[in-house]
Design a binder for this molecule. Structure first.
Ligand SMILES: [Zn+2]
Length: 167
């Protein structure tokens, strides 16, 4: 388990410079993303009634998505059952779209509740859904002797969004 969660935790924690800002709804990056008028500006993949799906700005792998309730809550038990079901439906859809888009060998689905559990933004809970390959640190950097440049967030957004909307 430790190995499983470590990769994105480290990148998230080190990259969220203004972590303090996430502690109020006003300064919350997810709440502010939700208010964006243009989905591409914030890499929003999908909005449902009570939740939304967004690309992680600091992906562990291409296609690393976050499934987030609209409500600014830090624990699962603050959410209504219907919202929990909606979140899980989105996680399942994200799994489906990742398989379709990247043909990964595996997928991590995870939720870090509280900073001690590894949450970079601990005031607004979010599920991570990301594609995995065996030895994917190698996969991302080299194939043979050729360096593989990970695709841009724009490119990931376009591919995933297209597959999301048509599946
Ligand atoms: Zn929030």
């Amino acid at each position: 388990m430790e190995t499983m969660w470590a990769p994105w935790r480290s990148s998230y924690v080190t990259n969220i410079a203004s972590k303090e800002e996430g502690k109020t709804k006003r300064g919350c990056v997810f709440c502010s993303a939700l208010e964006a008028e243009n989905d591409l500006d914030r890499f929003i993949i999908h909005r449902s009634e009570n939740a939304f799906v967004i690309l992680n700005l600091y992906p562990y792998n291409n296609g690393h998505m976050l499934v987030i309730p609209n409500q600014h809550v830090s624990t699962l038990d603050e959410l209504d059952r219907s919202v929990l079901h909606e979140l899980m439906d989105l996680v399942v859809k994200a799994q489906h779209v990742l398989l379709q888009t990247y043909s990964p060998q595996g997928i991590n689905v995870g939720l870090n509740m509280g900073s001690a559990a590894g949450a970079g933004i601990d005031q607004h809970l979010h599920f991570h859904v990301l594609p995995r390959w065996s030895a994917d640190s190698n996969f991302m950097t080299t194939v043979g002797k050729t360096r593989v440049i990970p695709e841009s967030l724009d490119e990931s957004w376009r591919k995933i969004r297209e597959n999301w909307d048509k599946s």
